[in-house]
Write a protein that binds this ligand. Sequence first.
Ligand code: NAP
Length: 535
Amino acid sequence: MDYEVIVVGAGVGGIYQIKRLVDLGISATVLEGGADLGGTWYWNRYPGARFDSESYTYGYSFSRELLDEWHWKERFSGQPENLRYLNHVAEKFDLRRHMQFNCRVESAHYDQAANLWRLKISDGRTLSARFVVLTIGLLSIPTPPRLQGMEDFKGRSFHTFHWPQEKVEMAGKKVAVIGTGATGIQVIGEIADKVGELTVFQRRPNWSAPLGNGPIGEAEMADIRRRYDEIFTTCARTPGGFEHEPDRRGFYEVSREERVKLWDSLYGKPGFAIWLRNFREIFTNEEANAEFSEYIANRIRQRVKDPKVAEKLIPRDHGFGVQRVPMETNYFEAYNRPNVHLVDISETPIVRVTPKGLRTSERDYEFDIIVYATGFDAISGAYDHIDIQGEGGVKLSERWNDGPATFLGMMVHGFPNLLMPSGPQSGSASTNYPRGIETGVNWCTDLLQYMRSHGLSRADATAEAEARWTEHVVQMYSIMLMRKAKSWFTGYNSNVPGHEHGRVRYMVYNGGAPKYVQRINDVAAKDYEGIRFAA
Ligand code: NAP
């Protein structure tokens, strides 16, 4: 056996997981496909890439010293600083020496006779370990569109995830952006006044609201440091793992004037306040959601000068907040600029990429740069991209063909000793990610310690426990309006065969962070009820 534990992925999750293992003296390594650590913040270097979480709620909470020494310079910190932070953490705790880069895990097969996982690595090696911990990210498999002629384009083109490391000269250039999700909305707001011409190809608009970024000075940072305990306590008791707590008043218990008063105050507040400090009914009640959506539609109408463009930017197929809400900076104002154009490709679809640009059903466009902000094979995609085989050679990708099924989002029946601290149906995806990550990593690490102290070497979730958890996840979807949305939370992606809209895939845990933590702690307290152990 090469290692007791192999951790796959050196992003936010893998960095914390290796820290926990090293502290316990467990023999472990991290295998990372990229050339360096950072995961999301290593890859996504597109202009405008930044947190939508308040920076100080995104950082790790496990070290007081780290909290005390780091100064978040912006309320919603940008990619370069976020990558610096993760490098700082790795260096501070001397974690780099436990990481191997340019090591993509191609397959992981469970060897039942030896009770070991055998991993094939892209550099030709085979490594074995008793446990594999997958910290491979929720949004780490980018999905460009499937358009004819993409390879013929003579200019530069890239998916936002693969934005080049060197500076991309955009001044005076004709740029196309395809996609208006959280990524597209960040890019468009950032580059509109820096490029020659910007043409946005929008298939479906998204609801979006101001991010409210700003600097954090020394005095404010000192205050945040003083309040860290309180901040993390608040995050732990809110459904989303943020500082934002829902308004506990009933939507219809207060007058329309009261509701509008709340919305007026939230629209100017930073971050997800507009989404998560709102009335809870906007997530569950069609009429309440429609009333609030109309309020936001009017905000868009006020900000976009051309009424025809404004109407195109207002979503019709879903209400506010039933898809992940992208936060924006100058996004709607970008469309008031003479150099920015909106093409509604629900009316005039893109037919193909040409050597010079894009052809829609209406006309040809010429570009120097095409940016694909077209999203990810989210949550289960990274798992599908590794040939993972459990007991009896069962392939995980086949088991999850119709959608994931898990125990607590962290284990899969028939795949012993395979742990996923932020797996599908875990508490991470629908919450402030690092808060969920710390919870998941701690739970998995406690399980390893429990096994050590009880002389156990094999842990497998039972089929019954997996079925019960998955049923609970499905039940949580049934009360949320988001179950109807075409979004990565329901497993929709038009660029991945089989993931087109139509069948809901139950990807995330919607019960909220406190309930999730309670559930997984209950399992641990009952000697890991639902897991079958062997010596
Ligand atoms: P996304 O939300 O899936 O959006 C993809 C966009 O591309 C959609 O507008 C989609 O249109 C469009 N699209 C996809 N395929 C297309 C095609 N073939 N032709 C035309 N348009 C196409 O992806 P994302 O914007 O990358 O965001 C994903 C998630 O990443 C976010 O929800 C968020 O959780 C995370 N993220 C976070 C931050 C942050 O925290 N600051 C920033 C960026 C992203 P349809 O809607 O019609 O499919």
